[in-house]
Design a protein around this ligand. Structure first.
Ligand code: ISE
Length: 351
């Protein structure tokens, strides 16, 4: 289905999908608003957050929605058909397993797990069940520019891809961010995007840390440069700069043997960043407006797939993709301590 097409109502399908949203912080609240206002054939029936008062306040604004204090009770509730996890990443794997235990489809925000072993447990459990139920919220797969770039690479328009240059800049990130969070929460997006674009695994990670910028909290290596090596010998540079104090930018340039292609530029304008998020044009304040359409398409396709009984949408990142990303992040986190020496990614065989 193209992004422009509105989903067609299939009257043979059950009525609106009843979704439990676990975690209603920045991303979870954004998804609740999306489900309540823009997503067709779905509604939020249950919300949960460790801030129980916040969840209760939010539930009161949505007809037919209730707040449940225990996340596992919310995940397994009778008035829920599918689960959207937007809780902190360290809780994801256990919560996904709780949904799988009752055969309930789950869209899990990234990362699937911090520890690759936990992500692998999800992959194995889903394989035992024998049908796909887990989607991982790498929304860039639903971004039109990313889809077009992938199609261009697949059609051979750039020749053989040789290098990928990624830039990932945030105006700011929570003060709790440390170097590992830069990897697990932010670089994880490039890990998935590169695997999605090139269709191969990342096998090595190297971290280079320039002098931190003046906005970086003490001890944070911001900006950070990560070099990934792929199985076929391609090189990926990933520049993370998460406290620019300006705006949000995600750019990807693929250098191929016959051409180059860049996404994330606002073509026809000088772009860049100065404090206040301005220079020539304006840049997005954060990831929500930049990827709003991608989040919308991702959620709609998930709802449609679950209502059809498919469990997952074929475009979506799978549990395996979540595991592969966790394995690359784990190697990258180890590379933070090797004085610039590369670290090999340890990836188990796919079940
Ligand atoms: C955040 O959690 C996201 O997922 C955003 O997409 C990313 O740009 C940001 O760096 C993360 O902190």
């Amino acid at each position: 289905m193209s992004q422009e097409e509105a989903p067609m109502e299939d009257t043979t399908l059950p009525s609106d999908l009843r979704v439990a949203v676990i975690g209603v912080g920045t991303m979870g609240a954004d998804h609740v608003e999306r489900l309540a206002t823009r997503t067709k054939f779905a509604r939020v029936s249950v919300v949960n957050d460790f801030d129980t008062a916040k969840a209760a306040r939010l539930a009161a604004t949505i007809p037919g929605c209730r707040a449940v204090e225990d996340p596992f009770e919310a995940i397994t509730a009778d008035d829920v058909d599918a689960v959207l996890l937007a809780s902190p990443g360290r809780f994801h794997a256990e919560q996904v397993l709780a949904a799988l235990a009752i055969g309930r489809p789950v869209l899990c925000e990234k990362p699937l797990a911090l520890d690759p072993a936990d992500a692998l447990a999800v992959v194995r459990r889903e394989a035992e069940i024998g049908r796909p139920l887990v989607s991982v919220g790498f929304m860039r797969r639903f971004d039109r520019e990313h889809e077009e770039l992938r199609a261009s690479i697949a059609a051979g328009e750039l020749g053989t891809p040789l290098m990928v240059h990624c830039k990932h800049r945030n105006a700011s990130v929570p003060a709790s961010f440390d170097d590992r969070m830069m990897v697990y929460d932010s670089a994880v997006h490039e890990v998935d995007a590169v695997r999605y674009l090139l269709g191969e695994e990342i096998v090595t990670a190297t971290v280079v840390t320039p002098t931190p910028g003046e906005n970086a909290p003490a001890g944070l290596h911001d900006p950070m440069l990560i070099l990934f090596g792929t199985g076929s010998g391609r090189v990926v540079t990933d520049e993370l700069y998460l406290n620019t104090a300006a705006g949000y930018e995600v750019r990807t340039e693929v250098v191929g043997s016959r051409g180059t292609a860049t996404i994330g530029l606002e073509v026809g304008r000088i772009t860049g960043q100065l404090p206040g998020g301005r220079w020539g044009g304006s840049v997005h304040a954060d990831f929500r407006p930049r990827f709003r359409d991608a989040y919308d398409v991702q959620l709609q396709r998930w709802v449609d797939a679950v209502r059809r009984g498919d469990g997952v949408d074929p475009t979506s990142a799978t549990a395996w993709d979540g595991y592969a990303a966790a394995a690359v992040c784990e190697a990258t986190a180890r590379a933070l301590d090797t004085d610039g020496a590369p670290v090999r990614v340890e990836l188990e065989a796919r079940p």
